[in-house]
Ligand binder design. Structure first.
Ligand code: GLA
Length: 380
């Protein structure tokens, strides 16, 4: 992103230079899918695509934001927040939660832009939320605590916007470190910055399919997981080991669908823990195998892939340069992520795009990505 042109846009709209530039990235999840709302483990990384705001504080409590991408304006009063519809709800929701948490906020003028594809499963909404949190923190002089801000942003999404997501996306956008993946325990919210394999590139493969009704399917998976936890007599599926899963499902009867959902979560948590270990030891081959078994589990047990995702993962795995691939994010459409030999990444991109086009009739978008820093601010 060219921050100078963002500053110039601010100047055009507000007749002065901005005091701050804030940014928060989208994310790709390497492994640990649908485990966050089961108190489990995830391993996302912030990507080098983000939402940006140039802004200056106001003396009053008005917030005015110009979205350069949507060519739209929004303005609201911090003292009388009213729920509406559209992109500004993410910003309002964050303002609401910050105030609920006892912070006194100042208004601001801002221009906003971004390059996280919307609706692709790369967490553009978490990026907007964390950008807003950074903006309010900058103009209101709030101490920045990445974890606390992620929790508030998630609350904004859950309660103000009305989407019952887990904590992964907001934590990835908030607490990631450049060059590392973020290993997160979604129960304790403890984080570790996990080194990425040196000889591999992380490639995002957008199937260009988007499915409606994701929310209801997502909520259904959540309640199936809760039923499973009750059956095992635990607080969340995080508390069930593979051994315990095998023992209990062998001797007692569990509904087949609930059993499959639980098996995905229990095995996926184990895969995340192993992935962190193999990344440390540099065993890319094993990491790729874990990607592949995660995809199979999401396809067969959790049933959140679609045909396009399955085709994309197959196309990726047919390339010799690919160590492994899987769907990433909530599923039902959106993106896959592949682990690819760094020296052959361009050849991989060309071959997969062609194979995917041929087999699905669709055009893929491909992003070779770098692990970037979580939400940050610079003063101007
Ligand atoms: C969406 C949600 C996350 C997480 C993933 C699935 O991205 O926002 O909280 O549950 O799906 O892993």
């Amino acid at each position: 992103m060219d921050t100078q042109s963002l500053s110039r846009s601010f100047l055009t709209y507000f007749n002065s230079k901005p005091q701050f530039i804030v940014r928060a990235p989208g994310r790709v999840n390497l492994i640990g899918e649908h485990t966050d709302y089961n108190d489990g483990f995830v391993l996302p990384m912030a990507i080098d695509r983000a939402v940006w705001m140039a802004l200056s504080p106001r003396v009053d409590s008005l917030v005015r934001v110009r979205s350069l991408d949507l060519k739209a304006d929004s303005a609201f009063e911090l003292n009388s927040l009213v729920r509406g519809e559209g992109w500004a709800e993410y910003i309002k929701g964050v303002a609401f939660e910050l105030q609920q948490a006892g912070h006194t906020l100042h208004g601001f003028d801002a221009v906003m832009t971004g390059d996280v594809p919307r609706g692709a499963g790369l967490s553009s909404s978490a990026a907007v939320e964390l950008t807003a949190a950074r903006a309010f923190a900058a103009v209101s002089n709030l101490e920045w605590n990445a974890t606390q801000m992620a929790i508030l942003a998630q609350k904004a999404e859950n309660d103000w916007v009305g989407v019952k997501c887990g904590i992964m996306d907001q934590m990835a956008s908030s607490a990631s470190r450049e060059g590392f993946a973020l290993f997160l325990d979604c129960r304790s919210l403890e984080i570790q910055h996990a080194p990425l394999p040196e000889n591999a590139s992380i490639v995002i493969l957008d199937t260009s399919t988007r499915r409606g009704l994701v929310d209801s399917a997502y909520n259904q998976r959540r309640s199936q997981c809760e039923s499973a936890a009750r059956w095992f007599g635990v607080k969340a599926l995080r508390d069930v080991s593979i051994e315990e899963f095998k023992r209990k499902t062998k001797t007692e009867k569990l509904d087949e669908i609930i059993l499959k959902r639980a098996r995905h979560i229990v095995t996926e948590n184990a895969r995340v823990l192993e992935a962190v270990q193999v990344m440390k030891s540099g065993n890319i081959k094993r990491l790729g195998e874990l990607f592949n078994s995660s995809h199979a589990s999401l396809r067969d047990d959790f049933e959140v892939t679609n045909e396009a995702l399955n085709i994309m993962v197959e196309c990726a795995n047919e390339q010799q340069s690919c160590f492994g691939a899987r769907m990433t994010g909530a599923g039902f459409g959106g993106c896959a992520v592949a682990l690819v030999d760094k020296n052959r990444v361009q050849e991989f991109v060309n071959a997969v795009s062609a194979a995917y086009r041929q087999r699905s009739g669709l055009e893929a978008s491909v992003y070779i990505c770098k692990a970037s820093e979580g939400a940050n601010v610079t003063q101007h």
